[in-house]
Design a protein around this ligand. Structure first.
Ligand SMILES: [Zn+2]
Length: 234
């Protein structure tokens, strides 16, 4: 059985929390998105290189963890291209991207999970770095999708980050409420990121400058976050 193409318009995630994965795109400061991207990518690294059988589909019409990982890698790349367009051109229109056709054409299910995890992390670093460089009025620059959906850089950032978080929920079944950012219950992020050693020169400073948690008191106390197993910050 093949995957049924997802034709839903997900822009409503800008208006209300996602009832499936639990993620709320209004939870965080826009400046937190780079750290969130890296936290989420680290969780994908675990999924793709962990003990789980990543090539197995849970159902014939649902992607395997590997296929989702390929998709997230390509989403990261695509959004980096789109963000660059928004920052360099006046109100650009994004070229259409058929994600389901790409999955078939690129044989997502046959790709090497270790290579995919490497490429996913590199794509995450590139996009995180580009978001981290956004300042001032740049957050209000605009762009449009081929279906007419219009974004500012800020709504684009908030809309985008739900996607890899939601897909992490798709493969782990753990709602974002456990970790407000990367979507999984996990030990301290500082310990986990050591597993990635292929960083670009600016990544360490990016880690130092970005936060993975909402500001204290925004949604939960530090103690509540800790007991819930959220990422503990950078
Ligand atoms: Zn969701």
């Amino acid at each position: 059985m093949t995957i049924i193409p997802d034709t839903k318009d997900w822009t409503w995630v800008l208006e209300r929390p996602c009832p499936e994965c639990g993620f709320d795109t209004s939870w965080f400061a826009r400046e937190d998105v780079p750290g969130m991207i890296l936290a989420n990518a680290t969780a994908w690294l675990d999924v793709l290189t962990g003990p789980t059988e990543v090539r197995a589909r849970p159902a014939p019409d649902r992607w395997s963890p590997l296929e989702y990982g390929c998709h997230v890698r390509d989403v990261l790349r695509r959004y980096d291209e789109r963000l660059e367009l928004m920052l360099t051109e006046h109100d650009p229109d994004f070229a259409n991207w058929d994600q389901d056709a790409t999955a078939v054409a690129d044989r997502y299910g046959e790709q090497d999970p270790v290579q995919v995890s490497d490429d996913l992390m590199r794509a995450a670093q590139a996009l995180a770095a580009r978001f981290a460089a956004v300042t001032g009025d740049q957050w209000q620059r605009t762009g449009s999708r081929s279906d007419g959906a219009q974004f500012t850089v800020e709504t684009f950032a908030r809309y985008f980050i739900h996607d890899p978080v939601h897909h992490l929920y798709d493969v782990t079944g753990v709602r974002a409420a456990l970790c407000g950012l990367c979507g999984v219950k996990q030990p301290r992020f500082r310990d986990r990121r050591r597993r990635w050693s292929g960083g670009q020169p600016d990544v360490e400073s990016l880690y130092q400058r970005t936060r993975v948690l909402p500001r204290p008191g925004e949604r939960a106390t530090a103690g509540e976050q800790e007991s819930a197993g959220w990422c503990s910050g950078l």
